[in-house]
Design a protein around this ligand. Structure first.
Ligand SMILES: [Zn+2]
Length: 265
């Protein structure tokens, strides 16, 4: 489903909700109302889902505003099922990528820090489920900020690691290392319930693992296309330069071959 609904704009950047997310929220509401007699628990689940969406939006707004402040054009922000996405032009340098990558988790951790004085003296702690929207928001921000710093590409931690590595080993090798490490961590997360004894909360970890595998593969394919386009562009520029040097507009005798060191999967 490609439908998306525009919620609002900030700093000229539109924020959308993907149609699939709305469908999932609707189905979750119906399922909970049909399957449970405890309206209080149903209400808390839906409040938790809404607060999670708000926290994901805060995360993406952090990325988008950092990018905008660094002069990187931001196209839009889209909230998908289980993740958000800020679409922007390539940052252009590792240092910009690091700054933009840090901004999302830092936005969540800053929110958690701001909420901490309001929830630390509450009666929620010690309960298995938080009993106020503020404590839910605190917990979600803390988890989102921390989880995204795991060095599993394409999560922010993986992107930060790739940017740091690219300063030393080049962009292509850094991406390759980050993708492989991301896959290893994702497989570890998928297998983790075995080591954790299949306790209830551990069953959510493989979902994140599968998400990392799926998004990592998509991002890896996109980077291959961008890399190829960049090298074809350089090849065409070089051809044009040689043609200009020949000064006649005739065909170039010894046209260079395009670079062949395309990363393979
Ligand atoms: Zn992020």
């Amino acid at each position: 489903m490609q439908t998306r609904i525009r919620l609002f704009s900030f700093a000229g950047i539109p924020l959308y909700v993907h149609g699939m997310l709305l469908w999932c929220l609707g189905l979750l509401s119906v399922f909970l109302l049909v399957s449970s007699d405890d309206l209080g628990a149903v209400g808390w689940t839906l409040v938790g889902a809404a607060l999670t969406l708000i926290c994901v939006a805060i995360h993406e707004v952090g990325h988008a505003l950092a990018a905008r402040a660094l002069g990187v054009e931001v196209y839009d922000v889209v909230l998908h099922v289980m993740f958000g996405m800020t679409r922007m032009e390539p940052p252009g340098s590792a240092r910009r990528e690091i700054a933009i990558g840090c901004a999302g988790p830092l936005a969540n951790l800053a929110c958690a820090a701001a909420l901490y004085p309001l929830v630390k003296d509450g009666t929620d702690w010690g309960h298995e489920v938080p009993h106020s929207p503020l404590s839910v928001a605190f917990a979600v921000n803390l988890v989102l900020g921390g989880l995204n710093l795991i060095p599993a590409f394409p999560m922010d931690g993986g992107r930060l690691m790739r940017a740091f590595l690219s300063l030393h080993v080049g962009d292509r090798h850094a991406t390759r290392i980050a993708v492989v490490l991301g896959r290893v961590i994702a497989v570890g997360m998928i297998m983790s319930p075995i080591a954790l004894g299949f306790v209830a909360w551990s069953l959510a970890i493989p979902i994140v693992g599968f998400l990392i595998l799926f998004l990592g593969e998509a991002e890896w394919r996109r980077l291959l296309v961008v890399d190829e386009a960049r090298r074809v562009g350089k090849f065409l520029d070089l051809q044009a330069e040689l043609r200009d040097r020949a000064g006649t507009g005739s065909s170039v005798e010894a046209a260079p071959e395009p670079p062949s060191d395309q990363p393979s999967n």
